[in-house]
Design a protein around this ligand. Structure first.
Ligand code: ADP
Length: 413
């Protein structure tokens, strides 16, 4: 058996440094409790109190062994945190005080001091044992200094945890609010849009040219608002993890054609062309059809918004990570690219954040709320995929969506 190293002997300062360091990540009550357990063991003490004073919003903390509640108060708060604690001749440090707390025999204490401020104290006694030596007092003083560092650390950690919890609560309240407001807005918006649409209908009472123009504007704008409210609702659900997916086998070529057809009137207004370049062997994927259609529509609608008149948009598809058995277990990449202004490299991460609108949106009269890409990214990630923006060859932007063929959360064989 090898002889114990200096660091292993109970009274080694290095051992104590290692012990307190190991407790650096613990919360305050565990820290104090472990500290006095170890102190009792190393100093053969039967009684111990570790006390940390209240600080700002943080309440006091105390751990003890072998002492009653009334003793704790006397020993911890009064004696150990007295400013005279370092002065061992001061009456507050007189053994009579320990005696008045009902402690007989050997006792010693030290303060935990950090940044010249007393944080708390460490007291211990062995009523039936021999008196503590000067070397033991010296070691206890060192333990007090080390403990002060750990106490500070624990307090900062607790503050961080509290701030995080508050942030989480605020986020939840925000998404609940968004969700409630969106729900409340959706019904009247649908009614307004339907009524304006009915009035525009050829078969209803005739309307003047001005009325027709105003009604068309109502239909158009309520459509935009309905879309925005839908995005807000989706965002709130995605944040709460409450957007269930209904996955089926999807043919992406058909889906791309459906998306283009839905946007065709808008594309025609700007004289833009869309080309679908997807190989016949493009893998079918397992995914939520409605949600992938929403992703593609968002990208296509952006391409339409930001590309110029007579612009060219391309939707590409490719199998990625194919293996011998076709593309099973691999990915599919769908790229939507246009010949618009593109996205500057410095903005490529930010455009996927909620409510972020980039330079291209500020340049012209392009409407939007900065939610489309945030929703698209969350939906793609919910499927286990990823989305990124890059330069399109020859200028413009290209958005790559990578989706697993096997669908969300399916394990590799
Ligand atoms: P919105 O289009 O409503 O502003 P999005 O979340 O869809 O919100 O897009 C965020 C930002 O990304 C836009 O404001 C725009 O600056 C940039 N962007 C998105 N798509 C394109 C594109 N095809 N070309 C250039 N910029 C784009």
């Amino acid at each position: 058996m090898s002889a114990p190293s200096a660091a292993d002997t109970p009274h080694s300062p290095w051992r104590w440094a290692a012990l307190v360091l190991a407790l650096a990540g613990a919360d305050l009550s565990r820290l104090l409790s472990s500290l006095i357990d170890q102190v009792c063991q190393d100093f053969a003490a039967d009684q111990a109190v570790a006390y940390v004073m209240a600080d700002g919003q943080a309440p006091p903390a105390l751990a003890s062994r072998g002492v009653s509640l009334s003793q704790q108060e006397l020993l911890a708060a009064r004696r150990c945190c007295s400013s005279a604690a370092d002065d061992r001749t001061h009456p507050d440090n007189h053994p009579a005080l320990d005696a008045s707390a009902g402690v007989a025999g050997a006792a010693m204490c030290t303060r935990m001091v950090g940044d010249a401020q007393t944080l708390g104290c460490l007291w211990l006694a062995r009523p039936a044992g021999p008196p503590f030596s000067a070397a033991e007092q010296e070691l206890l003083d060192l333990i007090g200094q080390l403990a002060a560092l750990a106490v500070r650390n624990a307090r900062v950690h607790a503050l961080e945890q509290r701030a995080l919890a508050e942030l989480h609560e605020a986020e939840q309240a925000k998404s609940e609010f968004l969700s409630n407001v969106s729900h409340e807005l959706r019904t009247p918006l649908t009614a307004i849009r339907a009524s304006a649409g009915l009035l525009l209908d050829e078969r209803s009472d005739p309307v003047s040219a001005t009325q027709r123009r105003l009604l068309a504007s109502i239909v158009r704008n309520t459509g935009r608002l309905t879309h925005l409210v839908g995005d807000l609702l989706d965002m709130a659900r995605l944040q709460d993890g409450q957007l269930p997916l209904t996955c089926t086998l999807i043919d992406l070529r058909t889906l791309a054609r459906t998306c283009v057809a839905a946007l065709q009137p808008l594309l025609d207004q700007k004289g833009q062309t869309v080309e679908i370049q997807m190989p016949p062997d493009l893998a079918h994927i397992i995914a939520d059809r409605r949600r992938i259609e929403q992703v593609l529509t968002n990208l296509l609608s952006n391409a339409h918004k930001y590309a110029p008149h007579a612009g060219r948009i391309v939707i590409e598809g490719a199998n990625e990570g194919a293996n011998e058995s076709g593309n099973e277990g691999g990915n599919v990449r769908i790229t939507v690219r246009d010949n618009g202004p593109g996205v500057p490299p410095g903005e490529r991460a930010a455009i996927f954040r909620r409510f972020y609108r980039g330079a291209s949106a500020q340049d012209g009269p392009v409407v939007g709320a900065g939610l489309g890409l945030a929703v698209a990214r969350s939906l793609v990630e919910l499927h286990g995929g990823s989305i990124a923006c890059r330069d399109a060859p020859g200028g413009g932007s290209a958005f790559d969506v990578i989706l697993p063929v096997r669908g969300p959360g399916e394990a590799e064989p």
